[in-house]
Design a binder for this molecule. Structure first.
Ligand SMILES: NC(=O)C1=CN([C@@H]2O[C@H](COP(=O)(O)OP(=O)(O)OC[C@H]3O[C@@H](n4cnc5c(N)ncnc54)[C@H](OP(=O)(O)O)[C@@H]3O)[C@@H](O)[C@H]2O)C=CC1
Ligand SMILES: CC(=O)N[C@@H](CCC(=O)OP(=O)(O)O)C(=O)O
Length: 345
C-alpha cells in the first residue's frame, strides 16, 4: 500500500518516513512539499542520503489519489482544512496530524486556533483518532483527526479515573511539559537555542488550543462537561512530553487499587503500559517508541491521585499514532511497523 505525505519537510513528515520505511505493509508514495517541490528529500534531511532520494512534488489532489492509497497530512493548522476536501472528493483516505478536524464546534476552532474552520460537511466525516478509545470507529473511518500530542498524553492518563465515579471532575489540573520538537521545524524566537537552553518556560497560559480538545474527549467519554486547568511548559530537550495530572478522589482508594483499575482499563492496548506502584515513568523511557507509560500515586493524606503520563511527542503524539490508526483502518495488527523498542539512554 502506498502512503503519501503532505508537509514534506516538517518533523511530522520525517518521523512518518522513518516509520513507513520499516512498515511491513506500507511503502512511501508521493512526498508533497510546498517549499521544496522538485528537490530530493535527502537535500533537506541528509541523514537519509542514499535512502530517501525521491523528489518532492507539488500538491495535486487527483494525481495523489491516483498514485497512493492513503495520505498523511502533516501541515500547520489552517492548511489541511483546504486540502482534505479535495482529497476526500477524489476518494482517498486521509489522516490529518494537525488540529483542523479535531474540534466538532467550528466556533471553538475559530476561538482557539484563530483560523477559519473546515467546512462542516467535511468536519462531520472526521473520526477522532485516539487509537485506544475509538478503535472501532477508526477501523471504518475515511478521515482521521489525529489527536494533539498533549491531548494524547493527558486523556490516556485521565480517562480510566474520570470514567469511574471516583473522580471529582471539577478538580482536574494538568501540568504539561514538552520538548522543543513539539513546536515543529519552523524557526521562531521561542525555540532559539539561547532562549531554550538551561531555561524552563510556561506558555499559552489559559489559551492553549489543546484545552478544548481535551475537554471534548472528557465530555464525550463521561457525558458531563468538564473544565480543566491546563498549563504547558517548554523544556530544553528535543523530544518527549510529560503530563503530571492531579485529581481529587471522592472515595478512598490506594495506589495499588488505582494501578489495578488502570491495568484493567488498558489490558487490550499494547501501547499503554501501566507502571507498578512506586515506579515513575520518564520521557526517555518511551523515546522513539509508540508507548504511553502511566505512573500513579494516591496520597492518603489528601486523597488526591497524581497521574504521570509520558509519550514521545513525535511518535505516540503524532506520526506513531497516525500509523497505528492507518493499521486499524486497514485491518492490520495495530502494532505493524511500530515495534521499535525505546531508545535508551
Ligand atoms: N511536532 C509535534 O510533536 C506534533 C505536531 N503536530 C501537528 O502536526 C502538524 C505538523 O507538525 P510538524 O511536522 O511538527 O510541523 P513543521 O513545522 O515541522 O512542518 C510542517 C510542514 O508543513 C509545510 N507547510 C508549512 N506551511 C505551509 C503552508 N502554508 N501550506 C502548506 N504547507 C505548509 C512545510 O513543509 P513543506 O514546505 O515541505 O510543504 C512544513 O515543513 C502540525 O499541525 C502540528 O501542530 C501534532 C502532534 C505533535
Ligand atoms: C512545544 C510546542 O510548542 N508544542 C505545540 C504543540 C503543537 C501541536 O501539536 O498542536 P496542534 O494542535 O496544532 O497539532 C504547542 O504547544 O502549540
Amino acid at each position: 500500500m502506498k502512503a503519501s505525505i503532505v508537509g514534506g519537510t516538517g518533523y511530522g513528515s520525517v518521523e512518518l518516513i522513518r516509520l513507513i520505511n520499516k512498515h511491513p505493509y506500507m511503502e512511501l508514495g508521493t512526498i508533497v512539499s510546498n517549499s521544496q517541490a522538485g528537490n530530493s528529500f535527502s537535500q533537506t534531511y541528509p541523514h537519509l542520503t542514499g535512502i530517501i532520494e525521491q523528489r518532492m512534488e507539488d500538491f495535486d489532489a487527483s494525481n495523489l489519489s491516483e498514485k497512493n492509497d492513503i495520505v498523511f497530512l502533516a501541515t500547520p493548522s489552517g492548511v489541511s482544512s483546504n486540502l482534505i476536501p479535495k482529497l476526500l472528493d477524489n476518494g482517498i483516505k486521509c489522516i490529518d496530524l494537525s488540529g483542523d478536524f479535531r474540534l466538532r464546534s467550528t466556533e471553538e476552532y475559530e476561538l482557539w486556533y484563530k483560523h477559519s474552520p473546515a467546512d462542516e460537511s467535511y468536519l462531520k466525516q472526521a473520526t477522532y483518532g485516539l487509537s485506544e478509545i475509538y478503535t472501532e470507529k477508526i477501523r471504518s473511518a475515511k478521515l482521521i483527526a489525529n489527536p494533539g500530542c498533549y491531548p494524547t498524553a493527558s486523556t490516556l492518563g485521565l480517562l480510566p479515573i474520570v470514567k469511574t465515579n471516583l473522580a471529582d471532575n471539577k478538580s482536574i489540573i494538568i501540568d504539561a511539559k514538552s520538548g522543543v520538537s513539539g513546536a515543529g521545524r519552523g524557526l521562531s524566537l521561542t525555540s532559539h537555542y539561547a532562549e531554550i537552553n538551561e531555561n524552563l518556560k510556561a506558555y499559552k497560559l489559559g489559551a492553549h488550543q489543546h484545552i478544548p480538545e481535551i475537554e471534548q474527549v472528557l465530555q464525550d467519554e463521561t457525558g458531563t462537561q468538564i473544565t480543566i486547568t491546563f498549563t504547558t511548559h517548554l523544556v530544553p530537550m528535543t523530544r518527549g512530553i510529560m503530563c503530571t495530572t492531579y485529581v481529587n478522589l471522592k472515595e478512598n482508594i490506594s495506589t495499588e487499587q488505582a494501578v489495578q483499575l488502570y491495568t484493567q482499563f488498558y489490558e487490550k492496548n499494547p501501547f499503554v503500559r501501566i507502571r507498578k506502584p512506586g515506579t515513575i515513568p520518564a520521557t526517555k523511557e518511551v523515546l522513539g517508541s509508540n508507548y504511553c507509560d502511566i505512573g500513579l500515586h494516591v496520597d492518603p493524606r489528601t486523597n488526591r491521585l497524581t497521574i504521570i503520563s509520558v509519550i514521545d511527542n513525535l511518535v505516540k503524539g503524532a506520526a506513531g499514532q497516525a500509523i497505528q490508526n492507518a493499521n486499524l483502518m486497514n485491518g492490520w495488527d495495530e502494532r505493524a511497523g511500530l515495534d521499535d523498542l525505546p531508545l535508551y539512554p
